[in-house]
Design a protein around this ligand. Structure first.
Ligand SMILES: [Zn+2]
Length: 238
């Protein structure tokens, strides 16, 4: 894990695949380049078309196989997942809260990515800043739909708090889903020490700040991409 001067956290697994990417922190500058869907806590996957437009407006996973055209999602406690084919030729950004997890957004996003690759091509994935078990207390209306999808995996990812409530580890459920989707343990990176609610200095959190919360932007683009226009502009102006 490395945080750049621009406030984006990268992961060596994705860097090794040759894909530009970053999990945003509060320091991260706004970037208007990557295409973003309107997120609705579902399981639909949007794909980048030839002109750089998305083939659907509402989605919680967004895929690009176009060099130079990045995709992004935003979060403020939910789990951001950035994944790429081992070759770096295609990438996907996934937004997964408890509703998206229950709906199967992780599996849908990874399946769409895998469909872009050659048979047996590996997928590398990194799980970014999200609300930790330390700060995420939920009740039965959250636990029940997750239990029907994950079974006893929900018990392993939670512990009882007060009556009818549990501390839940969304990141662990995401890791479970990525494993089920065929991402090998060696190809999966889960950032540690990145609870959005605890980490007030670094992260935005809806649970901590409510309607005042900002959003963190997480982006990824296929290998072979030119540098962002903004970086070119800085270099050109020097
Ligand atoms: Zn926390």
């Amino acid at each position: 894990m490395r945080e750049s001067a621009s406030g984006f956290i990268s992961h060596p697994l994705l860097s090794a695949a040759g894909v530009a990417h970053g999990f945003g922190t509060r320091r991260a500058a706004e970037t208007d380049g990557p295409a973003r869907p309107r997120q609705v806590h579902g399981a639909a996957v949007a794909r980048l078309g030839p002109g750089g437009e998305l083939d659907r407006e509402q989605a919680d996973a967004v895929l690009s196989d176009r060099p130079g055209f990045g995709v992004a999602i935003v979060t403020a406690d939910c789990v951001p997942i950035l994944a790429a084919l081992g070759s770096g030729r295609a990438v996907v950004a996934i937004h997964a809260g408890w509703r998206g997890l229950a709906a199967g957004v992780v599996g849908a996003g990874i399946a769409a990515l895998r469909a872009q690759g050659q048979s047996g091509e590996r997928v590398v994935a990194a799980v970014g800043p999200r609300i930790g078990r330390c700060c995420y207390e939920v009740d039965a209306p959250v636990m029940d739909p997750l239990r029907s999808r994950f079974g006893s995996g929900v018990d392993a990812a939670s512990e009882a708090s007060r009556a009818g409530h549990w501390w839940l580890d969304l990141g662990q459920l995401v890791a479970t889903d990525l494993g089920r989707s065929g991402v090998a343990a060696d190809d999966l990176g889960v950032l540690d020490g990145v609870c959005t609610a605890c980490g007030k200095e670094r992260f935005e959190s809806f649970r901590r700040d409510g309607a005042e919360a900002g959003r963190l932007l997480h982006y990824i683009q296929p290998a072979g991409s030119p540098p962002p226009a903004r970086a070119q502009g800085i270099a050109g102006g020097a």
